[in-house]
Design a protein around this ligand. Sequence first.
Ligand SMILES: NC(=O)c1ccc[n+]([C@@H]2O[C@H](COP(=O)([O-])OP(=O)(O)OC[C@H]3O[C@@H](n4cnc5c(N)ncnc54)[C@H](O)[C@@H]3O)[C@@H](O)[C@H]2O)c1
Length: 271
Amino acid sequence: MNLFDIENKVILITGGGGVLGGEMANYLLSKGANIVILDYKEEIVNEAVENLKKVKNTVTGFVCNALDEESLKKVADKIIDQHGKIDILINAAGGNMPGATIGVDQTIFDVNIDHFKKVVDLNLFGSILPALVFGKEMVKHKKGVIINISSMTAQSAITRVVGYSASKAAIDNFTKWLSVELATKFGEGLRVNAIAPGFFIGNQNRNLLIDKETGKFTDRGKTIIKNTPMKRFGETDELNGTIHYLCADASKFVTGVVLPIDGGFSAFSGV
Ligand SMILES: NC(=O)c1ccc[n+]([C@@H]2O[C@H](COP(=O)([O-])OP(=O)(O)OC[C@H]3O[C@@H](n4cnc5c(N)ncnc54)[C@H](O)[C@@H]3O)[C@@H](O)[C@H]2O)c1
């Protein structure tokens, strides 16, 4: 038995047009999965699907807003028509907003509460709603895997990114909560886990880590490297092994965990 067999699995990736979701899609396609890219703008979906088809043509995509239950339900119907099942959901839609991050010369009293709420909405409800809509399909077959994306900001305070941190801390708890709910009420075939990536250069944090003008690391970027035992930022393809493991039967007794992929950042006290 191949514990890592994911051939023909139907894997949905919200935010599949983004940096991390796109990388995961690319890898999982190469392992024989059927990938469904979900993203909220047509041009993003089209571009992602076009690029991924060069890897393998078992990829489709739908415009879908992870925050809109109706949009998710419509897409769920289309996916069931097309594939007859949903095996795995990766909630990779997420992000930050400028006003939910405290500026260098600001304090918490300057935070933009509207942006704070929007960030919580996107990262928390943008994972809860897809988990509920697509999870309902998984429950019908008593089998399915949901993978959420947490962050290093969830477990200890990382300065400035207050809204994002609150939303990812909530994701950690929701991951555990839903894992218990689904296993106890619908059986052991339903698993919910999360990965907590360390620092990877993405759209949302590029300006915090790399100076736009000079292209060099910012002070914050340098501090992160100093506190990462492996002394570097992660490469997006370094998430693939853990994602593959969580999708496959190799992890069939694993549910409710948040796995750090961080070069040792979360293990290190800094001293
Ligand atoms: N890049 C990192 O270093 C890092 C580290 C830790 C966690 N994360 C998390 O990983 C996830 C992906 O990050 P990324 O770096 O790939 O970000 P990204 O901005 O490159 O990708 C996010 C994607 O989500 C899509 N999206 C946004 N709102 C949506 C909505 N309402 N409905 C559907 N799609 C929507 C965007 O169009 C985009 O394609 C996020 O949850 C992020 O918080 C990233």
